[in-house]
Design a protein around this ligand. Structure first.
Ligand code: FES
Length: 128
């Protein structure tokens, strides 16, 4: 199994800013992705809305609703469950986010999904 380091878990706040990175699939297609912390666990998804294939965050790294309970697409407000990626409401019409398999080890997150290679990581500006 190919473990690819994503980010230190310290860099992710509960219900707060997510960490953005790009992955490449087997066809050489570059796809944005992100990792978040929710309910003291970590989750990663392709950054692609179920409604239209755009990135969820208009302000880079801001994926959560104000109450920190759902992931929200900034374009038309589709809401997703942070722990499963399931569509909860809005115009995602039952199409959830595609999750990435990750593993937490010694305060670090790793992508363990062999279908994707990390090609870029993005530092999100604290002000943004
Ligand atoms: S593109 Fe995400 S809700 Fe429409």
């Amino acid at each position: 199994m190919n473990e690819q380091f994503i980010v230190e878990t310290d860099g992710l706040e509960e219900g707060g800013k997510g960490f953005r990175f790009d992955v490449e699939n087997g066809q050489g297609e570059k796809i944005p992705a992100f990792a978040v912390k929710f309910d003291y666990q970590y989750f990663a998804y392709l950054n692609k809305c179920g409604h239209i294939a755009v990135q969820l965050d208009y302000m880079p790294g801001q994926f959560f609703s104000d109450d920190g309970q759902t992931l929200v697409c900034s374009t038309h407000g589709a809401e997703y469950a942070p722990d499963t990626g399931a569509c909860l409401g809005g115009p995602c019409y039952g199409i959830g986010l595609e999750s990435l398999q990750i593993n937490e080890k010694d305060g670090q997150l790793f992508l363990i999904n062999d279908d994707f290679q990390i090609v870029e990581k993005k530092v999100v500006n604290e002000e943004g």
